[in-house]
Design a protein around this ligand. Structure first.
Ligand code: FEO
Ligand code: CA
Ligand code: CA
Ligand code: CA
Length: 598
């Protein structure tokens, strides 16, 4: 029993030191447990996980691979239970299949990979005395969506020629969702899921618009195009136009068809987070995780309805199909000469300035209009990056999660890194992206004009400039650097009930493992960043959720280190040596049962 740790309320824990342990390392006085692992059966009839005898049919009823975004939704009427929703971003075949031959995958391996992608919903039960959560298999709300299940396109591009294929002449019915990274939970009780690096699944493209999306001219790494021609752009040019959207799932209706909302644009959506205007209309923030790409905001025109009846839910599921999509342009308030790309603070003491939301496309019940010269509404929805290019949006250092703080209304934008900033002919550092060859990333704090969700202009300043605090280019909202934790590559963000910002990292360029951090956003301790946990070898920290009594993280791609295989693993997590490495969700709670960090 040492001294009680100090810190802002909610962050009173002893920080975890940077480390290289092959474990989830948590603060003293906390406990942890795995909630669910890749392969655990969740649907009726699904078998127990056996990596030596895995089949596509089994996988389609089991928790998928590489858990990323997490949501927990209430389950009224079932005491102590919640619905856990998880994204399964992608597959690591070399760590899934013993003796995997990357040049010659088998049909069974490819179909297992399809079934391991997508989304899971699984009811979990709380332990009364701890933060432990246990899955409830075969619950009627448990479901899987995979790379082959049915989705419906909605919004201006649905039904357009740009999204029709030989298998779907309607341009409305899509099979599968791919590369779901992070997401958001809506106030009307659904979940949003960003389709991020969908480009990697499509082969043999030759078009300039596909090139802007990073779609390759040759074979793909996973060779899916050999098993389904829709992944071969040369044979099915429009299939790729049906991925790269924000997906909406209704976890309370296991028979519902999830939607892909084209009005939110098509790009590498990291996530999509929602707030409401003062009159109850949805506002969605979403970033395009690419070096020199943009972040966006959607303002809906229809009001959310309260209640859970069928017609209310149907109305709310259409909220993201009417309104306007905007892209951000930022300007700094310090002279360019003071922004020298080293990250040294300008004379006014802050990287800060103003911004505007530039309209791209508006849709209402009568149809859609484009605000971009030379592009139709459908084109703006399908080739959104090109629309952003045309209107002069600001090229950012990889916009990952963007999320409004429910306490203050301020919006936080994680900009994970951009080692190409200022290199060669690329854009040089500017006040919003102030370091050339930006290895460690930064976090931008955005204040909508009058703090109104539907404002069309905003102020901004950098909240954190990440790295080792001893690096003079780092900045922690002005907090003294002696007592903050080092951080690199901010990716996902979340808030606790006290208004603290929690940040998980992906790709720590300081040489230690990725992890989860908490930082106060207001008060005397604003900027005091503290590390809460670290993840095992090769893993990224995802999906943080901060509840009163528990922290949930998705440990994604443990053991993903070059050269590692099933027989030569780089991690023994979570089940120890000799067991296959499995991505898994972890819950952390305080041993004494009290709230986190108080
Ligand atoms: Fe899937 Fe941008 O991280
Ligand atoms: Ca300034
Ligand atoms: Ca991410
Ligand atoms: Ca990332």
């Amino acid at each position: 029993h040492g001294q009680k740790p100090g810190g802002a309320k909610g962050l009173r824990f002893t920080p975890v030191a940077p480390n290289l342990q092959d474990a989830v390392v948590i603060p003293d006085g906390y406990r942890q447990d795995v909630v669910i692992r890749w392969g655990e059966p969740i649907l009726r009839g699904a078998p127990a996980f056996d990596p030596e005898k895995q089949t596509a049919k089994a996988q389609a009823g089991q928790f998928g691979y590489n858990n990323d975004f997490l949501a927990l939704l209430p389950l009224p009427g079932e005491r102590g239970r919640q619905v856990l929703v998880a994204n399964h971003e992608y597959t690591d075949e070399i760590l899934m299949f013993r003796g995997y031959d990357a040049e010659n995958p088998t049909r069974e391996q490819v179909e297992i990979a399809w079934a391991a992608h997508g989304l899971s919903a699984v009811v979990v039960e709380e332990d009364r005395r701890s933060g432990k959560l246990t899955p409830v298999p075969r619950h009627h709300l448990n479901r899987r969506a995979t790379a082959t299940s049915e989705f419906r396109l909605t919004g201006p591009a649905a039904g357009s020629d740009l999204v029709k294929t030989s298998a779907d002449r309607t341009g409305r019915k899509v099979l599968g969702t791919l590369n779901n990274c992070s997401g958001g939970t809506t106030p009307w009780g659904t979940t949003l899921h960003g389709e991020e690096n969908f480009n990697q699944y499509f082969a043999n493209s030759s078009s300039a618009t596909d090139k802007r999306y990073g779609i390759g001219t040759g074979a793909t790494e996973r060779k899916w195009e050999r098993f389904d021609k829709r992944f071969d752009v040369a044979r099915e040019p429009n299939e790729v136009h049906r991925f790269g959207y924000v997906v909406e799932l209704d976890p309370y209706d296991p028979d519902s068809t999830p939607r892909k909302h084209t009005l939110l644009g098509r790009f590498k959506h990291e996530a999509a987070t929602v707030r409401l205007t003062s009159d109850g209309r949805p506002v969605v923030y979403t970033g395009d995780d690419e070096r020199f790409d943009y972040f966006y905001k959607f303002i809906g025109s229809k009001r959310m309805r309260k209640g859970s009846g069928r017609s209310v839910r149907e109305h709310n599921l259409s909220l993201l199909d009417e309104g306007t999509l905007y892209v951000a342009r930022l300007t700094g308030d310090s002279p360019a000469i003071e922004i020298d790309g080293t990250g040294k603070l300008p004379a006014d003491g802050e990287f800060d300035g103003a911004g505007v939301w530039i309209p791209l496309v508006t849709a209402d019940e009568d149809g859609a209009v484009s605000h971009v010269e030379g592009m139709s509404a459908e084109e703006v929805c399908v080739f959104t990056r090109l629309a952003g290019d045309k209107v002069g949006a600001t090229k950012m250092d990889r916009p990952e999660d963007i999320e409004p703080n429910p306490h203050s209304g301020k919006v936080y934008v994680a900009l994970t890194n951009n080692t190409n900033r200022g290199v060669g002919a690329n854009a040089k550092a500017d006040e919003a992206n102030p370091r050339n060859a930006n290895k460690h990333g930064h976090v931008l704090e955005l204040t909508e004009h009058r703090n109104r969700a539907d404002s069309l202009r905003f102020g901004w300043s950098l909240f954190l400039v990440a790295g080792d605090p001893e690096d003079p280019s780092t900045y922690f909202a002005g907090f003294p650097k002696e007592s903050v934790s080092p951080i690199s590559c901010p990716d996902n963000v979340a808030f606790d009930d006290h208004g603290n910002l929690w940040i998980s990292t992906d790709g720590n360029a300081l040489g230690t493992h990725d992890g989860l951090f908490g930082v106060a956003t207001a008060g005397a301790r604003r900027g005091e960043l503290k590390q809460f946990l670290t993840v095992p070898n090769g893993a990224e920290t995802c999906g943080p959720l901060i509840q009163d009594r528990r922290v949930l993280v998705a440990v994604q791609h443990p053991g993903e280190i070059t050269g590692a295989t099933v027989d030569n693993p780089a991690s023994a997590w979570p089940d120890g040596p000799g067991k296959i490495v499995r991505p898994a969700v972890v819950a952390v709670w305080r041993a004494d049962g009290a709230d986190i960090g108080v």
